[in-house]
Design a protein around this ligand. Structure first.
Ligand code: C5P
Length: 291
């Protein structure tokens, strides 16, 4: 029986500027996104009808219902396939939930994108890029960028993707205090002060130090301040990352509460991971390469 697994990499907003708000309430963004080589896993195999099972360390925080983005992704792709004349009978999907939910690293969006990739292979579909993009946009603002899962600049409400600068090989340490944060609540609490002009972005960073210095001097995450109102431990997480040996920059990702530290070397990243885990056993902490 055919079976395919796709890795739903954690998404990291290296910076996230909110540049405006549309009449429908969605916000306009300017964000450089990277992906950690760590995430959930979506495995699909042949079956009649669509079935989803969830396992993994964070499976108890999620329910299999119609709101589940993996099922929504499967249904959207199935209906595209049927309209295009394919037979896409069904699939059995297993989601291995390794990322904390509602944590600003795009777990749900990455899962939906991984389901789209895996089912495209299982059902042997050739989906034109604009059609796949439209399916992804319909599932959530972060789903398009998660489809390719490599660094990109995200504009519009997340639907406009542009080439990112060349990033040097780097490590990230992701840390979450296990306080889940609602993205709509954080956006609602945000006060947009002025239309920020986009930062001048070099097209190449030679070293992680250069990259970290530029992020620190020219960019920010505008959702950090409103997110603090919902997850008071964000400051403690940032402090722990900022005081780790070898860290180039520490910042919150997305709407939080996960924060990341950027490192040049595996050794320093693994050391920071071990120290944070030892000092804060209740936190979720994971080191991974960034791409
Ligand atoms: O698109 P997604 O379902 O991931 O977004 C979750 C919520 O985050 C939206 O319902 C909206 O309240 C907020 N959001 C926003 N502007 C964006 C993306 C998300 O206001 N660009």
């Amino acid at each position: 029986m055919s079976r395919f697994t796709s890795l739903a990499r954690a998404k990291i907003n290296l910076f996230l500027h909110v540049t405006g708000r549309r009449d429908d309430g969605y916000h306009l963004l300017d964000s450089l996104v990277g992906f950690a080589d760590f995430g959930d896993k979506v495995t699909v195999s042949e079956s009649r009808g669509l079935h989803l099972a969830i396992d993994g360390p964070f499976s108890s925080d999620l329910h299999v219902d119609d709101d589940n983005l993996v099922l929504q992704a499967a249904k959207a792709l199935q209906s595209w396939a049927e309209n295009a004349g394919y037979e896409a009978d069904g699939a059995s999907l297993v989601l291995e939930k390794n990322l904390p939910i509602a944590s600003g690293i795009g777990g749900g969006s990455a899962d939906a994108a991984a389901a789209l990739r895996a089912l495209t292979t299982l059902w042997r579909l050739t989906v034109p890029i604009p059609d796949m993009h439209e399916i992804a946009v319909g599932l959530g603002a972060d789903v398009p960028v998660c489809l390719s899962s490599r660094s990109r600049i995200m504009r519009g409400v997340g639907d406009v993707l542009e080439e990112a600068p060349d990033l040097p090989p780097a490590w990230v340490v992701m840390a979450n205090p296990m306080q889940s944060v609602s993205t709509p609540d954080v956006f609602k609490a945000l006060r947009i002060r002025k239309a920020a002009s986009p930062p001048h972005m070099p097209d190449h960073f030679a070293t992680v130090r250069d990259f970290g210095n530029w992020l620190d001097a020219s960019t920010r995450n505008d959702l950090e301040a409103p997110a603090r109102r919902f997850a008071s431990e964000i400051d403690a997480v940032l402090l722990a990352l900022k005081t780790s040996i070898g860290v180039q920059i520490a910042r919150m990702s997305g709407s939080g509460a996960t924060c990341f530290g950027l490192f040049e070397s595996e050794k320093e990243a693994k050391m920071a991971e071990a120290t944070l885990r030892r000092r804060h056993s209740e936190w979720w902490v994971t080191a991974a390469t960034l791409r």
